[in-house]
Design a protein around this ligand. Structure first.
Ligand code: A2P
Ligand code: MG
Ligand code: MG
Ligand code: MG
Length: 331
């Protein structure tokens, strides 16, 4: 496969600009000049601006490519949406080389309405993944992926608050991850252009592993994870963070196992919540399946409706982890 040189460069630019918007919203938010008082939540402002930025950059570079984006422009329409619309327009235009008009803004956001599927190529975008983390000033990610005939072929993820080196707690924050199917996974700092290849941990003994898991026990069961940890004789405490940053941490070997254990039987995962992250782990030498051991199927539409939960780990321990997951969940 071609190395998607143009797509990679455009996606990196789009994600970094969207991260800039998110950081700007957060800064105003914490410095007291509430972006939101009169309109909706700060998350909405940042979410919609980030989607507008990425979609308009993609739209200019690849006008034929449809996009499956999480958000839509409903809250920005009509008189009711005017305040929010003005805010989002101003933020979006702060980071775009060519400013958008109001109607271009709405159209850019709604380029994300594509239904997805198994034919041809389309992008998928989570403009802010980990909204809870964003509000707290913790981890969140801008996640963009390109899907060709149902296969994720390119993933770019910007994690503005994630340490470039988790051990170097005084070091710089802002980790950008890039993965290309068949060409590996890479990381660079937001403030540098040199990229390093990344690899999952080399661990072969699951007893020495650590989990990277959701902060929100409503998104992935902490009690089930604890039982699985006991079955695997894991003693290390879990590394908890919001968003697909977890996939990034598994991909670069900070932690060994990422589980998403269904809390409610009726929750169906969305493709933008896993496309980028799963390619990153895969290209860094790991394995990602659902809790039944099936590969994630991105070809069905906006949802991962053929899958339940997620099990991501390095290839040496994945099957043993999966076994423990199934044993724990069968009880
Ligand atoms: N009940 C749920 N189970 C699993 N994931 C969920 C649930 N509710 C929301 N999510 C999604 O989990 C992601 C963040 O989870 P975490 O940070 O814990 O990994 C978000 O994309 C969020 O989707 P949404 O964007 O629709 O709110
Ligand atoms: Mg999400
Ligand atoms: Mg989101
Ligand atoms: Mg959301």
């Amino acid at each position: 496969m071609a190395a998607l040189v143009a797509e990679r460069a455009v996606a990196v630019d789009a994600v970094l600009r969207a991260c800039q918007v998110c950081q700007s919203v957060f800064k105003h938010l914490v410095s007291g000049e509430t972006v939101v008082k009169a309109d909706k939540s700060p998350v909405t402002v940042a979410d919609l601006s980030a989607q507008a930025v990425v979609n308009s950059i993609l739209g200019r570079a690849f006008p034929k490519d449809p996009i499956v984006g999480e958000e839509d422009s409903a809250d920005l329409q009509g008189d009711q949406g005017k305040l929010l619309r003005n805010k989002v327009l101003a933020l979006t235009n702060q980071v775009l080389a060519e400013p958008l008009s109001e109607s271009q803004l709405l159209a850019a956001i709604d380029r994300g309405n594509y239904v997805g599927g198994s034919k041809g190529r389309h992008w998928t975008l989570d403009p802010i993944d980990g909204t809870q983390g964003f509000i707290r000033g913790d981890q969140f990610a801008v996640c963009l992926a390109l899907i060709e005939d149902g296969q994720v072929v390119l993933g770019v993820m910007g994690c503005p608050n994630l340490l470039v080196d988790l051990e170097d707690t005084k070091g710089s924050r802002g980790s950008l991850f890039i993965a290309i199917k068949g060409h590996g996974a890479f990381q660079r700092s937001f403030d540098a252009t040199n990229e390093q290849p990344i690899h999952v941990s080399q661990l072969t003994d699951p007893t020495m592993a650590s989990f990277c898991e959701s902060v929100m026990s409503s998104h992935s069961s902490h009690s089930d994870a604890e039982r699985i940890g006991q079955l695997l004789h894991i003693t290390k405490p879990p590394l908890r963070m919001d968003s697909q940053c977890k996939y990034g941490c598994i991909a670069r070997g900070d932690s060994d196992i990422y589980l998403r254990l269904p809390v409610r039987a009726d929750y169906v995962e969305k493709i933008w919540d896993h496309a980028t992250g799963s390619l990153l782990v895969h290209e860094a030498g790991g394995q990602v399946t659902d809790i039944d051991g099936k590969p994630l199927d991105f070809s069905i539409g906006r949802y991962l409706s053929a899958n339940r939960g997620i099990v991501a780990a390095n290839s040496s321990i994945h099957s043993r982890v999966l076994q423990a997951v199934q044993q724990a969940l069968s009880k």
